[in-house]
Design a protein around this ligand. Sequence first.
Ligand SMILES: C[S@@+](CC[C@H](N)C(=O)[O-])C[C@H]1O[C@@H](n2cnc3c(N)ncnc32)[C@H](O)[C@@H]1O
Length: 298
Amino acid sequence: MYAHDPLHAPVLVKEVVEFLQPRPGGIYVDGNLGLGGHAGAILEAGGPRCRLIGFDWDEAAQQRARRNLAGFGDQVVFVRTNFAELKDELARRQIGEVDGLLLDLGLSSLHLDDSGRGFSFKGDEPLDMRMDTRQEVTAAHILATASVEELADIFYLFGEERQARPIARAIVERRIRHPLESSRELAELVERTVPRRFHPRRIHMATKVFQGLRIAVNRELDNLVRVLADGPEVLRPGGRFCVISFHSLEDRLVKRAFRDHPRLQVLTARPVVAGSSEVAANPRSRSAKLRVAEVIGE
Ligand SMILES: C[S@@+](CC[C@H](N)C(=O)[O-])C[C@H]1O[C@@H](n2cnc3c(N)ncnc32)[C@H](O)[C@@H]1O
């Protein structure tokens, strides 16, 4: 019933549906609606009386999701808000406890392939990197104003880039002559700055710098910490919280939040990962980790 978007294949979708067990009359929250792949599968499994509240702060993603999910009519509510605001947003809409909550963190293929916002080192686009274009701070702004120490922290802490400091120094030296404006300029500067022998074999040298900058621009870890704390409060007893993460910084936060929350019981002792056929069909799924916890009764 829903249109599968050729741009973005949802990862671990069968597993998510199995854990959430969508049912008629149930209300589910998708904190990362994206192009609506997971949402469509949840609604299809839950039948015509199942409802879904879909958060996405990216306007382009939301427009596309509206198109892909049009067949579900008013079963879907679209919310263009940061998922960190989940609790207040549901309260404002007078939605009490929900049956399931899904997060599928990070970027969609729409951002990487087609956004014109410089998320990928492969293109030549303005260094914007905001998922929510209503926000003020862009990647170009950070690159033009942060100190060497601040930039090195961003690349090291959020990108886990070991060459963070020389890269940060090269950026500050370069901007004295000319500000960095495009994703290609940044990717080339990183490649030139780091001696060949330190270049990773399996990924592009600029991958981690781009990841770090994107996380900083969108305050991704702060938002994740907030939703991990508030998520259990909006779920009914027995309701399930599923989180798909794509790098170790996020996965560590999810693992600890689930383990330490007094009202959560962890259902995945080890994270669920994609099987070889899914990885072959959708390479993005290679780094995906799904963790699930259930809210225990009062
Ligand atoms: C990996 S994609 C989700 C893909 C989606 N599950 C699907 O099947 O199409 C992540 C989406 O979450 C959105 N997003 C990321 N962080 C967000 C946040 N803090 N609040 C709201 N949306 C966010 C991004 O704009 C992006 O569209």
